[in-house]
Design a protein around this ligand. Structure first.
Ligand SMILES: Cc1ncc(COP(=O)(O)O)c(C=O)c1O
Length: 439
């Protein structure tokens, strides 16, 4: 019998299981593995839909959600959010390609991130994406010049931009904070006013609005809300001083998901309720009568849907510690080490057994950090067991060091209501190449 549970708390219990085995999207895991081998990533479409719908329910209607492609750029994944009504946030030329492949309309795509190359900017402008978020004065100048050149013979002769603001406050949260102080991100708030005026006077540019991104992996509603409030205070003052009509405020992403034991879920209802109040108050001020709002989360939408699966290849004890060695490691799943968290871990073919044995789960790489779970409790492990690292749907494959030690890359599988789809094949590394450069 297949049991499907969607719990608010335990990322493992969100997945269905059958006869003591994981059964993502009601597809028995051993059937998937028989078709693909290990290691692999499996994402469950219903869990993505669940996260998206939870967020939509919490947010005021004036908000558009743009899925941040960097979390998981696989077009089959992005397509799920697109079909639910999301736009896309991209940060590279290839992510633009992935977003277009996923079926996002160019006007629903936002381009953010520092150091965009001329080639990337040209591509974005030629594709007529919705907005380019500007990170520096020099980037603004480059976009202005390019815009005049590219849009010379076009009807819509202006490039829509938003200015990314690095405010003079920070948000003291446990996640990775990306505002305040000296940053490579955004334009310092105390130097931005001349650039706002310059943009408004530029015949090649259309100032769509402002972008702000507090950080990533933020788990406390209070900290996010304080950051939103502080940003809106700054926005109001700036709009009064410069007599601005603000088209869009993009509040960024950063909504966290709990990884380790003891971390609580982000209170998304509290975040949504606060945004409702903040934006309703803002709408009373001149300059914000027609303002639209954006959130651009990645981790929150895709993270809980994914499990990274490897196979136990060895078990050893060293001076009292039990090591469970698998055929997958930080070459495929780096972020648990970067964040220094034990992601939720389980033996997928022993889901009904009690967890009694403390072990270190390590990969096959010749590098000591290649241990994605330290001191986790598992049922008695055996060679051939399937080891699952949960909450791996975001910043998994895409944020890893895939060719380290030249193992093949893991396959990616999407499950959706009883069906499984191979959405990226495992690939061997390519060696060689010896071509004289014509220089
Ligand atoms: C500009 C921007 N938007 C959105 C995101 C997505 O963040 P998250 O996955 O934490 O929601 C990031 C992540 O770094 C980002 O830099």
């Amino acid at each position: 019998m297949v049991r499907s549970v969607i719990s608010q708390v335990n990322p493992i219990s969100r997945f269905s299981r059958s006869g003591g085995k994981l059964s993502p999207g009601s597809v028995p895991i051993d059937r998937i593995i028989a078709a693909t081998g290990t290691p692999l990533y499996v994402y469950d479409a219903d869990l993505m839909r669940h996260q998206y719908n939870k967020l939509v329910k919490a947010l005021p209607r004036s908000f558009t959600i743009c899925y941040s492609m960097k979390a998981n750029p696989n077009p089959a994944v992005a397509k799920i959010f697109r079909k639910l009504g999301a736009g896309a946030e991209i940060a590279s030329k290839s992510e633009l390609e992935a977003a277009l492949l996923s079926g996002f309309k160019p006007r629903d795509i936002i381009y953010a991130g520092p150091g965009k190359t001329e080639d990337e900017l040209k591509d974005a402008m030629r594709s007529r994406i919705g907005v380019i978020n500007v990170e520096s004065e020099t980037e603004l100048e480059r976009i202005s010049k390019l815009s005049r050149r590219i849009n010379k013979n076009r009807k819509r002769a202006k490039t829509k931009i938003a200015l990314r603001v690095n405010p003079d406050f920070t948000s003291g949260n446990k996640g990775e904070v990306m505002i305040g102080g000296s940053r490579k991100f955004g334009i310092d708030s105390e130097t931005i006013e001349p650039l706002i005026l310059k943009t408004m006077a530029d015949p090649g540019l259309d100032l769509a609005g402002f972008h702000f991104y507090a950080g990533t992996g933020l788990l406390e509603a209070k900290t996010l809300i304080q950051a939103y409030k502080a940003f809106v205070r700054w926005m109001k003052k700036t709009s009064v001083r410069l007599k601005l009509d603000v088209g869009v405020i993009n509040f960024g992403g950063g909504l966290g998901i709990p990884y380790a034991d003891g971390e609580n879920e982000l209170d998304i209802k509290a975040v949504g309720a606060a945004l409702k109040k903040i934006t309703a108050n803002l709408a009373k001020s001149p300059g914000f009568k027609k303002t639209g709002f954006i959130l651009e989360p990645g981790r929150y939408l895709a993270g809980p849907s994914g499990v990274y699966i490897s196979e136990v290849t060895d078990i050893k004890r060293s001076r009292g510690t039990l090591y469970v060695i698998t055929n997958g490691g930080i070459n495929h799943s780096l972020i648990p080490i970067v964040l220094n968290r034990n992601y939720p871990t389980a033996i997928l073919n022993k889901m009904n057994r009690r967890k009694k044995i403390e072990c270190v789960v390590a990969g096959p790489l010749c590098a000591s950090p290649d241990q994605f779970s330290r001191k986790v409790k598992l049922p008695k492990p055996e060679i051939g067991d399937l080891l699952g690292v949960f909450n791996s749907g975001a910043y998994g494959l895409t944020a890893s060091m895939l060719e380290f030690l030249s193992h093949p890359t893991p396959a990616e599988v999407l499950t959706d209501q009883g069906r499984a789809y191979l959405i990226r094949e495992s690939r061997k590394p390519e060696f060689g190449g010896f071509k004289r450069l014509k220089i």
